[in-house]
Design a protein around this ligand. Sequence first.
Ligand SMILES: C[S@@+](CC[C@H](N)C(=O)[O-])C[C@H]1O[C@@H](n2cnc3c(N)ncnc32)[C@H](O)[C@@H]1O
Length: 255
Amino acid sequence: MTAWFEKSFGETYLELYAHRDEQEARENLRGLMSLISCDKDEPLLDLCCGAGRYLCALREMGFRQLYGLDLSETLLDAAKQTLAAESLDNRCQVELIATDMRCIPFENHFCAILSLFTSFGYFEQDVENRVVLEGVYHALKPGGVFVLDHMNRQYVVEHLTPMDEGKRGGRWVRNERRITPDDRRVEKTTTIRDANGHEETFHESVRLYTPEELSAILKEVGFVDLALYGGFNGEPLQADSPRLLVIAHKPEEPA
Ligand SMILES: C[S@@+](CC[C@H](N)C(=O)[O-])C[C@H]1O[C@@H](n2cnc3c(N)ncnc32)[C@H](O)[C@@H]1O
């Protein structure tokens, strides 16, 4: 059976999420860079880079060795095109890797790994989501930093909009959201109907973590010096923070 995340990140995703653009990426990174220390000459991985908006913004900021990893060939193609179109100079190398986030093919390589805009918690089994964190840990150099930008569980539960719909570019788009009965995931079904009545449906299902739960898993994996925020500008994490931003480090001398 095809998993939801193998189907939901194609051309339609690019259209529906066009507002999640490079300008937003630039603003988020501007805040983030004041929260982490990271040498721009060292390799950085954008895990689940999608269409490359963060890679473009990172290159603009002066990073020299960028890597993007994603499962979607469609989004990676879009990233390749945008990176080529916006190329400023050739002092920055960008490598795009088409693979699953559970199989990061590096060890002790990156000074930083970023997982941005809810690119985590996609797998049904907790152990598989943990495998991603273990892969991140192995792929970081000692002292490297991991940034995880996820939904804040409490905010999602308290502010869930069960249904919205409207016209987008000549098509009717309907989103239905629910928290699973076990309270562990948020799920979304998007139905798109075109002018001829043709319908397409996409699903999303993302594991929600309390800050305590996520911190405990990261520590079990080996991360240290965790800092939790409610946003990219270092906002304190509160019940009504829409985002949960976790910054975690691989120890200088791993156990
Ligand atoms: C919500 S998007 C975020 C993309 C990007 N970080 C951004 O901010 O625009 C999630 C991304 O995860 C990718 N993805 C989904 N499942 C994946 C998997 N199993 N392994 C690697 N990438 C995956 C999707 O293709 C998509 O690009």
